[in-house]
Design a protein around this ligand. Structure first.
Ligand SMILES: C[S@@+](CC[C@H](N)C(=O)[O-])C[C@H]1O[C@@H](n2cnc3c(N)ncnc32)[C@H](O)[C@@H]1O
Length: 164
């Protein structure tokens, strides 16, 4: 069993954003048109098109079905805002359902949520899994009808909640 707690990256004190989506989740959601916040060093390509921090994906035009595992911390709200307005995509975030970010950009705009069973272990840019899990529950947030269908089709284990 993977360890969690002190070493996990869900806290605000972590020093890196480079925690990659587990490959089985990427596979379950494929094909993905755009990853707007991809690492510069990519052990695998998540989407047909990727923006990195060099491109500043937040300020680029987004097209097609978007998958967004956003940078952590307060800036994550900006990414959710953009995805909510785009209305065709899925975000992977920690299930901090009480936060301002969740109340501003998830509860009012998402079509469906998938609360993932268990805790995800994120991966490092060297293509290996972290030695510990993320330390908190994760939720996949679908914006738009197409994204909701993709979430349902993914078969990712968890509890689905349709909001509208
Ligand atoms: C949590 S990681 C997710 C990586 C990848 N999308 C995945 O799911 O495996 C967040 C990524 O956002 C990138 N990032 C941070 N600011 C960015 C920006 N302004 N534009 C594009 N990417 C950015 C970081 O370098 C990091 O790789």
């Amino acid at each position: 069993m993977k360890k969690n707690g002190m070493g996990s990256h869900q806290s605000h004190n972590m020093t890196t954003d480079e925690w990659l989506t587990p490959p089985e989740i990427v596979k379950a959601l494929a094909p993905i048109d755009l990853d707007p916040c991809a690492p510069i060093i990519q052990p695998w390509k998540i989407a047909d098109k990727c923006f990195t921090i060099i491109d500043d994906g937040l300020n680029q035009p987004w097209e097609g079905f978007v998958y967004c595992n956003p940078p952590y911390g307060k800036m994550a709200a900006k990414w959710l805002e953009k995805l909510a307005n785009h209305d065709n995509g899925i975000a992977l975030i920690f299930a901090r359902t009480e936060t301002e970010m969740f109340f501003d950009w998830v509860w009012p705009y998402a079509d469906s949520l998938l609360f993932i069973k268990g805790r995800l272990t994120f991966w490092k840019v060297d293509g290996t899994p972290a030695p510990y899990n993320g330390g908190a529950p994760s939720v996949m947030v679908a914006y738009g009808k197409h994204a909701r269908a993709r979430l349902i089709k993914s078969g990712i284990p968890g509890q689905l909640l349709n909001l509208r």
